[in-house]
Each structure stands twice: as structure tokens, then as C-alpha cells.
Design a binder for this molecule. Structure first.
Ligand code: SAM
Length: 194
């Protein structure tokens, strides 16, 4: 006779940002860049600022190193990398509206000498001078990006992914951070010697 299960607390409804993420992930589409259309690999959902800072701490980003944020949104990772970690930073973004917003944020933060945003497709970027690459995409997008990471990144470079793993890679560290009422996961991967 099976034991009756103890009554369990009611499951919490997912907090709003997670639900927004889920539904908007279903609607990613193609975006125009100049005269051609490029596949959108993730909807725009900014990383909370405390998650950004934990991502950069977890990456071990050092002064003078170069960071790329692939899908850079409003530029908050780029700005924080320069302002707080004294790095150089490049954002790559498909949305011209977000490129304009990020450029305003870079100017307002006074970090324009060491930060730039490129309008473009994140699968078409030469990452050979990157020490750190940050991602907040989707697992399927990380899968698409993986061959480029393996092609371009130098040994010792770190890839930091917010919430979505890179399929088939083993993270060096996994850190959990609470923001906006939910737990965020930060995966750090380190490129091995060739
Ligand atoms: C979840 S947001 C992350 C924004 C920022 N990295 C952060 O963590 O706050 C994903 C971003 O990727 C951009 N994006 C989606 N597909 C892209 C593509 N093919 N090339 C460049 N950017 C892309 C979106 O416009 C969006 O700004």
C-alpha cells in the first residue's frame, strides 16, 4: 500500500520576467539590417544589473582585456565591463533601435573611448581578440554559435552565458544569483589549449 504523499506547498507561478521570456522566445524572428534580413537568435530581455556584475566577476575579466557581448541590448554589459572592470568592450546587436540606445548609454557613462557597439549578426563576428564573450541568448542559439567560439577563441578565453548552457560543453563554474524574484544561473566556460 503506497504511503499517502504529504501535502506539498502550492507551486509558485513563475515570476513575470520568466513568463515574458518564455512567450517572447516563441516570437523571435528575422530583423532587417540595412538591405538584408538577419535571423534573430533571442528576444530582448536585459540581464539585471546585479547579474551583469556577477557574470563579469565570474569571468575573471581583468583590466585591459577585451570583452564581446553578443546580442548587446542596451549595452549594460559593455558599459559595466569598461566602467567597473577597466576592460575594452564591444557589443554586437541586430536591432538598430537598441544600437542607438546602447550608444546613448555609452556616451552618458563617459566610456566611449573603450566601448563600441557594432550593428550586425552575432554569427558573423571574428572573435579572435576576445578574452571574454558574454551571452544571454537561448540554448539553440548557443548551439549555432558554438562552431564560431571553437574556431576563433584563444586558449584561456572565457565564455559566460546567462541562464542558457552551451550544449556539449562542460562549465568550469556555475553560479546562481537572485534578481527580480527569481534565480539566474551563470555558466562560465574556459577555452582549452588547442
Ligand atoms: C536577451 S537579450 C540580452 C541583452 C544583453 N546582452 C543583456 O544581457 O542585457 C538578447 C539580445 O540579442 C539580440 N540579438 C538577437 N539576435 C541577434 C543576432 N542575430 N545578432 C545580433 N544580436 C542579436 C537581441 O536584439 C537582444 O538585444
Amino acid at each position: 500500500m503506497p504511503h499517502p504523499r504529504p501535502s506539498s506547498p502550492r507551486r509558485r507561478v513563475p515570476p513575470l520576467p520568466l513568463a515574458v521570456w518564455f512567450f517572447s522566445a516563441l516570437t523571435v524572428s528575422a530583423q532587417p539590417i540595412g538591405s538584408h534580413r538577419v535571423q534573430s537568435l533571442a528576444p530582448y530581455v536585459p540581464s539585471p544589473q546585479n547579474v551583469v556584475e556577477e557574470m563579469l566577476i565570474a569571468s575573471g575579466l581583468k583590466p585591459g582585456e577585451t570583452l564581446y557581448d553578443l546580442g548587446s541590448g542596451d549595452g549594460r554589459i559593455v558599459v559595466t565591463a569598461v566602467q567597473k572592470f577597466k576592460a575594452k568592450a564591444v557589443g554586437v546587436e541586430i536591432s538598430e533601435r537598441l544600437v542607438r540606445l546602447a550608444n546613448d548609454n555609452i556616451r552618458n557613462a563617459g566610456v566611449a573611448e573603450r566601448a563600441k557597439i557594432v550593428t550586425g549578426h552575432l554569427l558573423e563576428v571574428d572573435l579572435s581578440d576576445a578574452d571574454v564573450v558574454t551571452l544571454y541568448l537561448l540554448t539553440t542559439s548557443n548551439e549555432q554559435l558554438k562552431p564560431n567560439l571553437e574556431k576563433y577563441l584563444k586558449p584561456g578565453a572565457r565564455v559566460v552565458s546567462h541562464d542558457f548552457q552551451i550544449p556539449g560543453w562542460k562549465p568550469a563554474t556555475v553560479t546562481r544569483v537572485v534578481a527580480h524574484n527569481r534565480e539566474h544561473t551563470i555558466y562560465v566556460y574556459r577555452m582549452p589549449a588547442r
